[in-house]
Ligand binder design. Structure first.
Ligand SMILES: [Zn+2]
Ligand SMILES: [Zn+2]
Length: 388
């Protein structure tokens, strides 16, 4: 079962949608034009129900199969938001909005899911219901979480969810997936160390926050090297170090540090948070100062469910002939919230030899459209085979 012929036919039309979305990027929850375009297309395809405003600017479309003997409902999800990046592709359909760009290929994900929705509305060759989910604010805003908090899963009785991301460096149209933890939990921290500022020539009259903070930076590295189980992944990076004075002869009163923590399990996430608090408090106390740590939890680790992953890989193999075992990704993914609520799987589709995602010269590869659309359509047709 290679790519579906219908998607080879539809490829130029889907490409037009993709390029139109690319030209008009919208950031976070501001996907007003994109959401309206998605809703309009779903209406044109003859979807049975279209609801906008789920998770602020999210859109949901419902497509009923020819029969519904089991009451099964599958959710297919794409993200719609762009990034605050100045585009440097030089494409004739490059962003018309300075400082906004589809640099993660969500234009492609949206267009491919629209393509699958068009096909599934035309054919309805399945037994059950498909819910197509278009979410805003994947890039740090938690649009997927907001759609879940709006009760989407229960409202449409969604039982399984599937998602996809394009992957530069993988042969175009090929697939990769892994069961279990796949994308990292993405947390951040703000640390303020307080000492006693003073004259740099009279350190005995100060509590030097620079020395204190430097010790803390080094000690934080022992979370990965000494506290974590060596086979479990954790990254702790201090990315900002700001003294309260820039003068050459002043010991600063405070130092502020920021950074990020990436983990693949709840246990490791809890451990990292606990140790950051303990290390900062301990180092500050050693030097006679005080620490204030604000640990902010972002997206949880995205965990693919075993059985759905096996099924998704099987479908991918049939579509493209192969499905690689993918490496862990230390980046985050908002689809994690949907996979916390329902079993499902997230797959990578090759974008070919292009610039990396989040790079100003990145572009989604339209040649991936037939494979991506086919995967979504086959997930539905094989998971809920038609009984007619
Ligand atoms: Zn991204
Ligand atoms: Zn992305």
């Amino acid at each position: 079962m290679p790519v579906k012929n219908r998607f080879a036919e539809l490829q130029s039309e889907i490409t037009e949608w993709r390029r139109d979305i690319h030209e008009n990027p919208e950031i976070l929850f501001e996907t007003h034009r994109t959401s309206a375009l998605v809703a309009e297309k779903l209406k044109e395809f003859g979807c049975d129900e279209i609801v906008t405003g789920i998770g602020r600017t999210g859109v949901v479309g419902v497509i009923k199969g020819k029969s519904d003997s089991t009451g099964k409902v599958i959710g297919l999800r794409a993200d719609m938001d762009a990034l605050p990046i100045l585009e440097a592709t030089g494409l004739d359909y490059a962003s018309k909005t300075d400082g906004a760009m589809h640099a993660c290929g969500h234009d492609g994900h949206t267009a491919m899911l629209l393509g699958a929705a068009k096909y599934l509305s035309e054919t309805r060759n399945f037994d059950g219901t498909v819910v197509v989910i278009f979410q805003p604010a994947e890039e740090g805003g938690g649009g997927g979480r907001e759609m879940c908090e709006d009760g989407m899963m229960d409202r449409w009785n969604i039982q399984e969810v599937y998602g996809m991301h394009n992957w530069p460096g993988k042969p175009v149209g090929s697939f990769g997936i892994r069961a279990g933890a796949f994308f990292a939990a993405t947390d951040q921290f703000d640390i303020t160390l307080e000492g006693l500022g003073g004259h740099a020539a009279m350190p005995q009259k100060t509590v030097d926050t620079t020395v204190m903070a430097a010790q803390a930076v080094m000690a934080l590295q022992t979370i990965a090297s000494r506290n974590a189980d060596p086979v479990d992944q954790v990254v702790v990076s201090v990315t900002s170090f700001q003294t309260s004075s820039n003068a050459f002869n002043v010991i600063p009163q405070t130092v502020q540090m920021k950074g990020t923590v990436r983990t693949m399990s709840g246990e490791m996430r809890d451990l990292a948070e606990k140790r950051i608090n303990e290390i900062c408090a301990g180092v500050a106390a050693t030097f006679g100062g005080a620490a204030d740590v604000n640990y902010i939890r972002g997206y949880p680790a995205m965990v693919n469910h075993e059985e759905q992953t096996e099924f998704a890989a099987d479908v991918a193999r049939k579509v493209s002939g192969d499905c690689e075992h993918a490496d862990l990704v230390m980046g985050g993914e908002d689809f994690a919230f949907m996979l916390e609520e329902r079993p499902g799987a997230y797959i990578l589709v090759g974008n070919g030899d292009t610039a990396a995602v989040h790079h100003p010269e990145y572009n989604f590869n339209d040649e991936a459209i037939p494979a991506g659309c086919s995967w979504w359509a086959e997930i539905v047709e094989q998971r809920m085979p038609s009984t007619i």
